[in-house]
Design a protein around this ligand. Structure first.
Ligand code: SF4
Length: 169
């Protein structure tokens, strides 16, 4: 025990350092998304995130957009608690059988016009969970999808690029 304690004090952490985020590029992308939303909708973009059965890797990247480090809400990207206040549904994961109805209800509760963005490889076709007994498949098996952002998981930059394409198209 004493040896382990001594080693933990004398050796540094063994984990790899986190990659440095390109803050300038992220800020520019977030501003572009907000400008496009203002031009298209006349207001900032409101996003509702729906976890339809993911491993939570995609959620970590989505949450990063709004954490204290990136804080992209300052550029007008709002995550909202209710689908009734949302313009965009960001849906992650393969859709599980347990979440199928909840996803359908969330889609129905979101007012038109609305966009659905499927986030991550699992949201496309079930990914590594596809074919499992608890899995329905990709998001488009349950609700219409406007855009798919690939990656396992996609980075915050990929997410912003996808949102920009979505709002500008
Ligand atoms: S795409 Fe990757 S990170 Fe996202 S839910 Fe699937 S396995 Fe997890």
């Amino acid at each position: 025990m004493r040896k382990t304690l001594f080693e933990s004090l004398t050796h540094g952490p063994l984990t790899e350092p986190a990659p440095a985020p390109d803050e300038a590029a992220l800020a520019e992308l977030a501003q572009s998304v907000n400008r496009a939303a203002l031009a298209r909708l006349g207001r900032s973009l409101s996003i509702r995130e729906v976890d339809a059965g993911s491993c939570n890797g995609c959620e970590l990247e989505i949450h990063a957009l709004n954490n204290a480090f990136y804080d992209l809400e300052r550029f007008g990207l709002h995550f909202v608690a209710s689908p009734r206040h949302a313009d965009v549904l960001l849906v992650t994961g393969p859709v599980t059988k347990n979440m199928r109805e909840a996803l359908q209800r969330t889609y129905n509760a979101t007012p038109d016009p609305k966009w659905v963005v499927a986030v991550g490889d699992c949201a496309l076709d079930g990914g590594i969970f596809g074919g499992g007994y608890a899995c329905v498949g990709g998001v488009r098996e349950v609700i219409p999808v406007d855009l798919h952002i690939r990656g396992c998981p996609p980075s915050p930059t990929d997410l912003l690029k996808g949102l920009l394409v979505l709002v500008e198209q």
